[in-house]
Design a protein around this ligand. Structure first.
Ligand code: SAH
Length: 424
């Protein structure tokens, strides 16, 4: 599709952003796009995604990683974004509104904005947190997490790869920087950009997992093989809540991963904690994390049991044991919209099974990280399962995203948690 019909406006299109274009040839005209009226108003409203089916015309084929400039119906600048030729999410918007040069000072300002937003959120007892949360921080498809002196850069689009050299120093700020890549782009990254998972972009090579602090507790994270960027930093505030609720309680941590909630519960005075996960690797990590904190009296006192099992199977067994605090934090059960109905059914089973294992006065903290299941849906489902159980529950509170995981548009909201207490 070409824009011959738009030729009269073409000259104006070069104003303002050619300087920022790092196109290899240097002679190619900048990539110019027009989108449907619906996409135009979505982008004008600040939404960061333009899908392939919303493109109406482009002046030439685009290459993954180059800047694409979107013009509105009146041939005025609408937005500039990163083009991804291989993804249905064809453009990720970097800036909308007035023309803007996308150059090194622009990236520096963007990084500074994100770092400034985290200033004052954490003291020296928390050295693991998110520094850049993708589109919601103006870095679409890019996440930056801190683990002590090591930072992990996780990319969800190959469009960032041609810019790694330029961006790595200003993201790492003198620290070690490790690269993680979403599965769907790993082949492109290897073949076209010689980039791979676990690559150390800056600093010393990794010698195994790294250690960091979260609310005074020591954790290790495998930044290369671990889930997400190595740890579920997004659950920090709910783990803190679990610590506040755990005193004198026996605790069950379902989908425990490397024992984050378990450690907090033990530190909060739990009498015993049971970490249950399907992954042997995750449970071995949980044991190491307990060992790392053995100098804390409450943790040393607390019995830690490990069960390697499928939570769904385990909950189907007859409920002989009861718990005073149950943490339920399954992986995303709906990765796409088509899996939503099935996910709701799975959540219903998990919630019912967990509620059935609560002692009198027991508390359930149920989380969902499926973006395709809304917070309202998940909370209503949990309350409905509580009603169906025939027992009386009080809703204690609900939580959403923590301040280091901000969200600026609906699709970015995935994490929610509801706390219920059994009254009788
Ligand atoms: N609550 C954890 C994060 C949980 S991540 C934290 O705060 O760190 C989800 C975990 O569920 C992963 O460790 C994964 O191994 C585990 N998992 C996935 N499917 C499972 C299943 N069917 N049964 C048990 N564990 C499962």
């Amino acid at each position: 599709m070409h824009l011959s019909c738009l030729a009269p406006g073409a000259r104006r299109w070069h104003i303002g952003f050619v300087a920022g274009s790092r196109h290899k040839s240097g002679t190619k005209p900048s990539l110019r796009l027009r989108v449907t009226a619906a996409a135009e108003s979505i982008v004008r409203g600040g939404h960061p995604w333009v899908f392939a089916q919303s493109l109406r015309a482009q002046n030439r084929d685009g290459e993954t990683g180059e800047l694409a400039v979107i013009f509105d119906r009146k041939d005025q600048f609408l937005a500039v974004g990163l083009f991804d030729a291989d993804s249905p999410m064809r453009v990720r918007i970097l800036h909308a509104g007035k023309p803007q040069a996308i150059d090194t000072p622009f990236w520096e300002r963007r990084a500074q904005d994100a770092f400034r937003q985290r200033e004052g959120l954490f003291d020296s007892q928390t050295t693991g947190y998110r520094c850049i949360n993708g589109e919601s921080d103006g870095w679409p498809g890019l996440v930056l997490d801190r683990y002590g002196d090591t930072y992990v850069l996780k990319l969800y689009t190959a469009a960032w790869l041609p810019r790694l050299q330029e961006l790595a120093p200003l993201l790492a700020r003198g620290n070690r920087l490790v690269l993680r890549l979403s599965r769907n782009m790993q082949e492109t990254a290897a073949n076209r950009f010689h980039a791979h998972v676990g690559q150390v972009l800056l600093g010393e090579p990794l010698a195994g997992p790294v250690e960091f602090l979260e609310n005074g507790l020591r954790f290790e994270a495998d930044l290369v093989r671990g889930q997400k960027t190595g740890f579920f930093l997004d659950q920090r505030e709910n783990r803190r809540e679990a610590r506040a609720l755990a005193d004198g309680r026996n605790v069950l941590n379902l989908f425990s991963y490397t024992g984050g909630f378990s450690l907090y519960a033990a530190d909060g005075g739990a009498t015993s904690v049971c970490s249950l996960d399907i992954s042997e690797l995750a449970l071995a990590g949980a044991q190491r994390n307990f060992a790392l904190n053995a100098d804390r009296a409450a943790i040393a006192r607390c019995g830690h049991e490990i069960i390697q099992a499928d939570v769904f199977d385990w909950l189907r067994q007859k409920a002989s044991r009861r718990f005073d605090l149950i943490v339920l934090d399954p992986p995303s059960l709906a990765k796409r919209e088509s899996e939503r109905a099935e996910a709701i059914g799975a959540y219903a089973k998990l919630i019912a099974g967990a509620l059935a294992r609560l002692n009198w006065n027991g508390i359930l903290a149920a989380s969902s990280c499926s973006a395709h299941v809304s917070a309202a849906e998940f909370f209503n489902l949990t309350l409905e399962m509580a009603r169906k159980s025939g027992r009386r529950f009080a809703e204690l509170k609900t939580t959403g995203h923590a301040a280091d995981h901000p969200t600026t548009f609906a699709e970015a909201e995935y994490l929610k948690c509801i706390y219920l207490r059994l009254l009788e």
